[in-house]
Design a protein around this ligand. Structure first.
Ligand code: FE2
Length: 367
């Protein structure tokens, strides 16, 4: 585990190193301090940030306290800020090839705008958006309201308070079932037992189902599952052949580990003899096609993982890299995939061109 954290820390470090070299070069031009920015200063800066990042990752499982959370929050907000500054420095370089800019305007573009976007992104990551979808299944003679939560990322930033807010929304919505499709933990710190306790305040007639995502593996999947097992209300179904039937709908859970997830799904469906049922699959990564879901007998898949790219420019990369990126997808209303852009955030606590989301999906028969 330690090797994973250090390796990840070093990747971030290398990434931020190149951003710093680039930013310092552009800003020293604008502030006309080229002669003052010596390689000595640059190396000092790089060593300083190296120590911050590496220490955070090395000590992340030792220091699970307020101080660690503050350092983590500031450090990754700073990472977001330098990503924005780099982006606007690149934009500035394009603009000055076309028109002359005064030093004042140059400073606005390269510093003031990125700082404003950073503040906006921090606020945006806290604003919850309920995405409501209604799906019709011919021949279904009831209706079910599914509340879909994904990517809570509990750890250094999101803790018990975040779960309490979520449970409040769940209780206001009166769903028939709550499904959690992975990344309940972030991996940035231990998930304390009491953080998940607010889930026990959900009314008795609402089922809560859970499968794991890739981030559970960062801190240790077994630890998280044993913490979840202490929460009476949550049922972990990611590694079980059992299906959960609620209001005539069959819920199937497959953990992130299953590389051939669709084969696993087919086995569960055959074992339970539900080939002709209304089957809903919980799977963290939206990398199963609508065609494959159709062949396997899955009506609806609920997934997360993409975070909607979380911040620009990663929103573009995530959009290009994920056929099912965020929201509802369908092949002529035969099968559906709903992808949540997540409740929490990974690394930087910011969102820009992506939403903190809870999905509300109603399945109904035709009137
Ligand atoms: Fe995630």
């Amino acid at each position: 585990m330690m090797i994973k954290f250090v390796a990840f820390g070093l990747i971030l470090l290398t990434f931020s190193f190149f951003l710093h070299v680039y930013i310092i070069n552009i800003l020293s031009d604008i502030y006309q301090t080229k002669e003052k920015i010596t390689s000595k200063i640059l190396y000092y800066e790089i060593i300083k940030y190296s120590l911050i990042y590496v220490s955070i990752f090395i000590f992340s499982w030792i220091l699970s306290n307020l101080l660690y959370s503050i350092i983590y929050f500031l450090s990754f907000t700073y990472l977001g800020l330098i990503i924005y500054i780099s982006m606007f420095c690149a934009f500035y370089q394009i603009i000055i090839k076309l028109i002359q800019l005064s030093p004042f305007i140059s400073k606005i573009i390269t510093i003031v705008i990125p700082v404003i976007i950073t503040i906006y992104s921090l606020i945006k990551a806290q604003i919850l958006y309920l995405q409501e979808e209604s799906i019709v299944y011919d021949g279904y003679n009831a209706s079910i309201k599914i509340l879909h939560v994904s990517d809570m990322h509990l750890g250094a930033i999101y803790q018990k308070n975040s779960v309490e807010k979520l449970v409040k929304v769940i209780n206001q919505q009166y769903p028939d079932v709550v499904v959690i499709t992975g990344d309940i933990s972030d991996g940035s710190s231990k998930v304390e037992s009491d953080w998940m306790e607010p889930f026990n305040k959900i009314s008795d007639n609402i089922e809560v189902l859970y499968i794991t995502g890739n981030h559970e593996n960062l801190y240790g999947k077994n630890e998280i599952i044993s913490e979840i097992a202490k929460i009476r209300k949550i049922k972990y179904i990611g590694n079980s052949d059992e299906i959960i039937q609620i209001k005539g709908i069959n819920f199937i859970g497959v953990d992130y580990e299953y590389k051939d997830a669709i084969k696993r799904v087919k086995n569960i469906i055959n074992k339970n003899g539900i080939q002709n049922g209304i089957n809903v699959l919980l799977y963290h990564i939206p990398n199963i096609s609508l065609q494959d879901l159709n062949k396997a007998g899955i009506f609806l898949m609920l997934a997360g993982h993409t975070h909607g790219g979380q911040i620009f420019p990663f929103t573009i990369l995530a959009w290009l890299g994920n056929k099912y990126f965020t929201g509802l997808y369908s092949n002529n209303n035969k099968n559906y995939i709903f992808v949540s852009s997540g409740y929490g955030t990974a690394l930087t606590p910011m969102r820009f061109f992506s939403k903190k989301m809870i999905g509300i999906i109603d399945i109904k028969g035709r009137n």
